[in-house]
Ligand binder design. Structure first.
Ligand code: ADP
Ligand code: ASP
Ligand code: MG
Length: 406
């Protein structure tokens, strides 16, 4: 007897047939004697469809109304899944985030969960029900509907598992675990038995969409046993866990990539104190997130400054930088929104030198020019041209032999 929180993503509930399959699976778990709380996403494509409707109505829809709209996707799925369960003779009850009372802050579109009231869920479980909760949403302290950011149903699942002290939070999706890289890009990618929270957090924040970053953060903080599994086939999936001695002794655990990147350069600015702030300050003030930053010092007392932003913020950042260039007397401003970031991640890097050299050598041999580099203790990221992305990922997967278990 265990208590599981199981989250099913968009593809896993993408049609009436798929919802029926999930209902059958849930009844199987229930018959084994487990208590089940289910979190579901909107049916696949639905959140995008709703977003497009909003953008057809208004260029800048209000964030409050956008959340009212987007949260409806998940409400459809909870009701359909409960109907499917009841149709099979299994009592079940659905709740929106607000009905559970998943309380968040008021940051519409990227709200953070503050508290969860678990008493209705516990009462339903005690009555033998399967409880189905809408992912991706909550309410703020005034009762306004909020959403948690794209992929946010993962975070709802983990937060519920933490609140209910569940035995495991199982994220059911369209792949059977976390792979060494996206299996849609590298067919030789290998499923990992285990991965550390730290590595998963890096992979997620560097672009692997298999888990939302906040879900991993939350699970690490509250020590939630987190497993990614397939909703299409049985199998052990991947356990996200703390580092232990049984872990694969791999140098590199995975490769992440992100197409969501753009690069901006301002050339010939005076090399003097305060210049970095003069350039980045106005960008930050416009709420544009800056990722990598590189400054090259030229011999003549001037310097060039290059940084990356989300691709969606490219034109906004470029306009700001052009204004800054006039103010600080820069020579030139340029930008490129056809770049990507490719990153290798692994806790093994801490104790091994030479990963960067191997990486740069392999990319160079393929004729892939590296435009920017950034490193931390357990990751190395490079910026390359978009057309080289798949080649870069495949090359690195090969050179670090990620298809073979360590
Ligand atoms: P869901 O709708 O179930 O939340 P997502 O599309 O958000 O599913 O996440 C699953 C997808 O993540 C997979 O189909 C896969 O293409 C992608 N993905 C990216 N990186 C990885 C990785 N390292 N391991 C597994 N899947 C990955
Ligand atoms: N439906 C939301 C999205 O598409 C949340 C989720 O699926 O996790 O981003
Ligand atoms: Mg997802």
């Amino acid at each position: 007897m265990a208590l599981y929180v199981q989250k099913y993503g968009g593809t896993s509930v993408g049609s009436v047939e798929r919802i029926s399959v999930v209902a059958d699976k849930l009844i199987g778990y229930k018959q084994q004697g487990h208590d089940i709380v289910v979190v579901v996403s909107a049916m696949s494509g639905e959140t995008n469809r709703l977003l497009a409707l909003a953008n057809d109505i208004s260029k800048q829809p209000s964030v409050r109304e956008l959340d009212v709209l987007l949260s409806t996707g998940e409400q459809v799925t909870i009701a359909l899944l409960c109907m499917a369960l009841e149709q099979r003779g299994q009592s079940a009850r659905s709740y929106t985030g607000g009905q559970v009372r998943i309380e968040t802050d008021d940051a519409h579109g990227k709200a953070r969960i503050k508290t969860i009231d678990d008493h209705r869920i516990r009462a339903d479980l005690a009555d033998g029900r399967i409880v189905v909760v809408a992912g991706f949403q909550g309410v703020d302290c005034d009762g306004n509907i909020t959403t948690l950011g794209r992929g946010g149903s993962d975070t709802t699942g983990v937060a519920l598992a933490a609140a209910l002290k569940a035995d495991e939070c199982q994220i059911f999706t369209d792949v059977d675990g976390v792979y060494t890289t996206d299996p849609r890009v590298v067919s030789k990618a290998r499923r990992l038995e285990r991965i550390t929270f730290e590595e998963m957090l890096e992979l997620a924040s560097l672009g692997s969409k298999v888990l939302q970053i906040r879900a991993v953060e939350f699970a690490g903080k509250y020590n939630v046993a987190l497993r990614v599994k397939s909703s299409f086939e049985d199998g052990p999936g991947t356990l996200i866990t703390y580092e232990d001695n049984d872990m694969e002794d791999a140098l590199i655990s995975g490769i992440a990539f992100s197409r969501d990147e753009a690069q901006l350069t301002i050339k010939g600015v005076p090399d003097q104190p305060g210049i970095a702030h003069a350039i980045i300050g106005p960008i930050a003030a416009a709420n544009v997130e800056v990722d990598m930053i590189v400054q090259n010092v030229a011999g003549d007392g001037s310097t060039d400054f290059t940084f990356t932003v989300h691709r969606g913020d490219f034109s906004k950042a470029l306009a700001i930088l052009e204004t800054t260039a006039k103010q600080v007397g820069a020579k030139d401003v340029s930008g490129d929104d056809t770049i990507v970031k490719v990153s290798v991640v692994g806790v093994g890097m801490r104790s091994h030198a030479g990963v960067a050299a191997t990486m740069f050598d392999a990319l160079g041999k393929e004729g892939i020019n590296i435009r920017m580099i950034s490193t931390s203790e357990i990751k190395i990221s490079v910026v390359v041209m978009e057309k080289y992305m798949e080649l870069a990922v495949r090359t690195l997967h090969d050179v670090f032999e990620l298809d073979k278990a360590a």
